[in-house]
Design a protein around this ligand. Structure first.
Ligand code: PNS
Length: 176
């Protein structure tokens, strides 16, 4: 996308892609999305179809729907999904940057090699945004573990996510 600057120059405004498993999305994710939406002209939140780490707790449709509801106040954000290599997806979308969130320093170790690999495959750089420090301990996996063992995670996930998690827990209980 191009915009015209005050002096008449055509400026390219960046399109960011924020990829993730979002299983489920947390307040930390939403915080990064809001920061990225303030930074880039356009932001695509890209849900990976098959997370490499494990079977997702939430289906692709559920993860997309939860994010969609959480970003409805952000007009320059859209939610999509991708399968395969992120590098291929960002090339196909003509993205200018990959956005990743950093919580703690240890996140950076794996993110750096991933960013360099993605850049060598796609020539698209990764930019890191820090979520608010109050979310530095929040991850999807810790939220799921605490919630399904009966703990209160209402402060850690957006309300639409909490609703679906409660429904999912009720379904799991009634089927066991
Ligand atoms: O939320 P997550 O699980 O930390 O997100 C990880 C994700 C989806 C960004 C990463 O697994 C990914 O990019 N997967 C796509 C496959 C790929 O491109 N792998 C090579 C990375 S160098």
């Amino acid at each position: 996308m191009d915009i015209t600057a005050g002096d008449g120059r055509r400026l390219h405004t960046p399109r960011g892609v924020y990829p993730g498993s979002f299983d489920p999305p947390t307040h930390g994710h939403l915080d990064v999305i809001e920061r990225a939406a303030n930074t880039f002209a356009e932001l695509i939140v890209a849900v990976v179809v098959n997370p490499q780490k494990r079977e997702p707790m939430f289906t692709l449709e559920e993860r997309e729907a939860m994010i969609q509801e959480c970003v409805s106040h952000l007009p320059n954000v859209r939610v999509e999904h991708f399968r395969g290599l992120l590098a291929d997806y960002v090339k196909k979308k003509h993205a200018d940057v990959i956005v990743k969130g950093l919580r703690v320093v240890s996140d950076f170790e794996s993110e750096m090699s991933t960013a360099l690999m993605n850049r060598s495959l796609s020539n698209v750089d990764t930019m890191f945004l820090m979520s608010d420090q109050k979310y530095s301990f929040v991850s999807s996996s810790i939220v799921k573990e605490v919630f399904f063992l009966g703990g209160d995670v209402a402060a850690l996930v957006p309300e639409p996510v909490m609703r679906l998690m409660a429904a999912k827990r009720a379904t799991l209980r009634s089927s066991t």
